[in-house]
Design a protein around this ligand. Structure first.
Ligand SMILES: [Fe+2]
Length: 582
């Protein structure tokens, strides 16, 4: 059995079947009667593309983050009038033109920028290196350069996060009549990534409608990078993010897009020596502040190395520099302007769990899943991920709580200057409680909170892949445990686990019970792949887990293997509720 295991286990990292025609899933267990809405998810769907002229020649995607986009939709109908609950699934490729181009050319297009794909015959623009500013002009147009060879952006693969009804973006075809549930669902879904590229999707069919950039929304928002994880004010619907423009002195432009009129406010321009060009996947905020953390994933040569590599992973300086702190920039999110900055020992991260203003002290509390360096990026190449679990090493981050002393007070004490203060670390949870793809109850983003959820990786004894369970953190209990000493081995006090042998879950997305009375009153929705021997090539299912008990209550089994993806969003029916979705 062990000899055949590796092939069976890799199915979540192989080409997925596109399900254009909606298919009804097989329900097991008791779906919560109140559960009614749509779960959207996105991630890679294609990893191997045979050449059109010679199908024996296959272009292989090398890194998980470069798998070519596929978008997914699970429509959940509650039981009614004696009919049982239904879950209807469909998917749509996100970049079919890119797949066709690779098939026609027989390789990954060398003019495109990727996360980690190593292309042949990349033109390093050597002549441009002789003229720095000309070079930066070229780099500054990296996205537009791609558009020049791809005017409609159809070669863009955008599949990291999804935002329903993002401010500043309207459907390109307002007259178009489409799918069901238009009266209650979003008008558009916008797929985002870490480049300054956005893809507009039809919310019913997931058909890609248009590719654009933040620069199209406002010309001031030029730049190469942006965070895939933006922030949304649950009350106003306003949207917050940054774009990062490389230059001899890179500029991070923090901005807001207003929900009511789609207009952009540039809140701050961070252009400082300790904020070099950096790969930054997320931005966070509180009631008072937007927070940009420039951790250590610096792009070499002021960003110019991207021109040489055409991929982010190889352009990052992998030599760890312990003398270079990671820096939190705290920006007034209502009036704009840098308020304070804080440094801490260097780390790398992808995701925040949350951030909030401490109501008792005025401090800013920031929870992150942190890594000691950027090694994790190299651990997510597909040749490593496809290996049997026992041959791989743990890759997941540890949860760390940072505390920034009240920025308003700090600013006043510094008489308005932005001297760099020290961030305090309240605690770091042990590797045994490692977590990634963290999520919360939607109303708790940017506010005080108690519970967070994520995927985890605890055992090395079964056939699960990326992760082997879901974890629920009680952050109050974690803080209390930390205040009494060492956290190691104490995870039973602050963590609950959902684990089934040989099953690999995806990001758990919290669906709140309408009228719920506690923060964890609801269910987690996670698409999980069962790789147990009796499942053959594996079977995926949308699993419904009681968020209070972390016990499975129902599942909807899929006829196809769902590829391991990144992020999604749950939109309950009803316009009022959807604003809280990120
Ligand atoms: Fe992410």
């Amino acid at each position: 059995m062990a000899a055949s295991a590796p092939k069976r286990k890799a199915t979540g990292f192989e080409n997925a079947i596109e399900q254009l025609t909606p298919v009804e899933l097989t329900i097991r267990g008791a779906f919560p009667p109140w559960l009614s809405g749509v779960l959207y998810r996105t991630g890679p769907g294609t990893y191997s593309i045979p050449s059109t002229s010679d199908p024996s020649k296959v272009t292989e995607i090398q890194h998980w983050f470069d798998g070519i986009a596929m978008h997914h939709r699970f429509e959940i109908h509650p039981a009614s009038h004696g009919n049982p609950p239904r879950v209807v699934y469909r998917s749509h490729k996100g970049a079919p033109d890119l797949e066709r181009r690779i098939a026609d050319v027989g390789e990954y297009p060398s003019n495109l920028f990727a996360f980690a794909q190593r292309q042949r015959d990349v033109d390093p623009c050597a002549s441009l290196f002789k003229k720095f500013f000309t070079t930066f002009a070229a780099l500054g147009g990296a996205v537009s350069a791609m558009r020049n060879t791809d005017p409609d952006g159809k070669l863009s693969s955008v599949s990291v996060t999804m935002t329903p009804d993002m401010p500043g973006i309207r459907r390109p075809d307002n007259e178009k009549i489409y799918g069901t549930d238009r009266s209650t669902g979003p008008d558009v879904i916008v797929a985002k990534t870490d480049a300054n590229v956005l893809q507009v999707l039809d919310p019913a069919t997931l058909e890609p409608l248009k590719v654009l950039s933040y620069e199209h929304i406002d010309p001031r928002l030029s730049g190469q990078f942006s965070a895939a994880h933006a922030c949304r004010d649950a009350k106003t619907g306003d949207f917050y993010n940054f774009v990062e423009e490389f230059s001899m002195q890179t500029t991070f432009k923090l901005f807001r897009i207003r929900e009511d009129n789609g207009k952009v406010d540039v809140l701050a321009r961070i252009c400082e020596k300790d904020a070099p060009p950096t790969y930054i996947h997320s931005v966070t905020m509180t009631d008072r502040f937007v927070i940009l953390c420039v951790w250590q994933a610096h792009i070499k040569q002021y960003g110019l190395s991207l021109l040489l590599t055409h991929n982010v992973a190889d352009a990052i300086d992998k030599t760890w520099h312990p003398e270079r702190p990671s820096v939190f920039y705290v920006i007034d999110r209502h009036n704009g302007g840098l308020v304070a900055k804080y440094k801490t020992d260097p780390f790398f991260a992808f995701h925040y769990l949350n951030a909030y203003d401490d109501p008792e002290t005025g401090d800013v509390v920031i929870d992150l899943s942190v890594y000691p360096d950027t090694t994790v990026i190299d651990m997510l190449y597909l040749d490593k991920l496809r290996k049997p679990r026992l041959e791989r090493v743990p890759w997941m981050g540890r949860v760390r709580r940072f505390r920034l002393s009240d920025p308003t007070k700090a600013s006043a004490e510094n008489q308005g200057t932005t001297a760099t203060l020290d961030a305090k670390v309240d605690f770091t949870l042990p590797q045994s409680a490692a977590a990634e793809l963290p999520t919360l109850a939607p109303g708790k983003h940017h506010h005080t909170y108690q519970y967070a959820y994520g995927i985890t990786q605890r055992t090395a004894s079964d056939d699960s892949l990326l992760s082997d369970g879901l974890i629920k953190f009680d952050m109050h209990a974690a803080a209390a445990t930390a205040s009494h000493g060492d956290l190691e081995g104490k995870d039973s006090k602050y963590a609950k686990i959902w684990h089934v042998p040989d099953v690999t879950p995806s990001e758990p997305i919290f669906a709140p019970r309408p009228g719920g009375t506690s923060e964890d009153d609801g269910v987690l929705l996670s698409v999980a792949l069962d790789s147990s021997p009796e499942k053959g090539a594996g079977q995926s299912a949308l699993v419904v887990i009681d968020a209070q008990t972390m016990e499975e209550v129902a599942r909807a089994e899929m006829p196809v293997v769902y590829p391991f993806g990144f992020h999604g969003v749950y939109t309950p029916n009803g316009v009022a509720a959807r604003k809280s979705a990120l």
